[in-house]
Design a protein around this ligand. Structure first.
Ligand SMILES: CC(C)(COP(=O)(O)OP(=O)(O)OC[C@H]1O[C@@H](n2cnc3c(N)ncnc32)[C@H](O)[C@@H]1OP(=O)(O)O)[C@@H](O)C(=O)NCCC(=O)NCCS
Length: 147
């Protein structure tokens, strides 16, 4: 499995399909397309040896912070360290970028797998936004500060 730069046109469909496996507020295809077109440079895909997309992380460069807007791996490879691999890749990239002070993200409070993953890398809760998602769940805003 390896991590590669994302190609908006060819990677849209597999990313959309993996996103649909997410029980917590999946994105529409249009929303993903727009995100890929804007942020392909900082976003990444995880590919297997047959060149199939098995995961992705979508990342915005907000000048002084990176914002992770979505991260997912295919269900068939859950809990084998690939979520960690994607997140570590982005943290390492962010650390290499001169102006970046840390990372930001939002996650549903019900999404325990993701919250645990972020906490394992040192992300801390900064705010709770009540009933933020369509399913009525609260959003946790989390950040990882480099200093
Ligand atoms: C969140 C997600 C990316 C984790 O990917 P993964 O490859 O299964 O995670 P990893 O194997 O790298 O696990 C890393 C850590 O995350 C936590 N974790 C992952 N899945 C978990 C689960 N089901 N329950 C509890 N903790 C979990 C653990 O702390 C784990 O470390 P450990 O295995 O040493 O205990 C994956 O569950 C996923 O794609 N979910 C759907 C999309 C999603 O919810 N994305 C986040 C919001 S955008």
């Amino acid at each position: 499995m390896q991590i590669e730069i994302l190609r908006p046109k060819v990677d849209l469909e597999p990313i959309y399909l993996i996103n649909l496996q997410n029980p917590h507020n999946p994105w529409t295809k249009e929303a993903i397309k727009e995100e890929l077109n804007l942020w392909a440079k900082t976003s990444k895909v995880l590919k297997n040896s047959q060149d199939q997309v098995m995961g992705y992380v979508l990342v915005r460069n907000l000048v002084d912070y990176y914002e992770i807007t979505s991260i997912a791996v295919d269900k068939s490879i859950y809990r084998q360290g690939f979520g960690k691999m994607l997140l570590k890749n982005i943290i390492d990239e962010a650390k290499k970028s001169k102006n970046i002070k840390g990372l930001l993200l939002e996650v549903s409070q019900l999404n325990l797998a993701a919250v645990k993953l972020y906490e394992a890398f040192g992300f801390k809760q900064t705010r709770i936004r009540k009933a933020y998602y369509k399913d009525g769940s609260n959003a946790l805003e989390m950040s990882l500060e480099f200093t």
